[in-house]
Write a protein that binds this ligand. Structure first.
Ligand code: SF4
Ligand code: SF4
Length: 87
């Protein structure tokens, strides 16, 4: 797996965002506010007909994720699944 180190030299294994439970999400935006990598995006309209829908958070830019898991820590609905990546 992909392993990095902290500033102090301790092992750190990033756990990248893998999925968000769309049905469980309440669209509160907490995860969006703490993610500093522009990974997430709130969906508020149906992309086919532009009609308003129940808002949910989506993974817009997965390749930007650094696997810090800040999004999971603030999510009140435990929507996130993360994954480690093979080196
Ligand atoms: S793990 Fe970190 S970088 Fe990745 S989506 Fe969550 S907050 Fe953003
Ligand atoms: S913090 Fe959780 S419930 Fe709130 S928008 Fe993000 S995924 Fe949805």
């Amino acid at each position: 797996m992909r392993v990095f180190t902290t500033r102090g030299g301790k092992e750190w294994i990033p756990r990248y965002v893998f999925s968000i439970d769309k049905d469980n999400c309440i669209g509160c935006g907490r995860c969006y506010k703490v993610c500093g990598r522009d990974v997430l995006s709130l969906v508020e309209q149906d992309e086919d007909n532009d009609e308003d829908i129940k808002p949910y958070m989506d993974i817009a830019n997965p390749d930007n994720c650094i696997g810090c898991e800040a999004c999971s820590r603030v999510c009140p609905k435990k929507c996130f699944t993360h994954m480690e990546v093979q080196a």
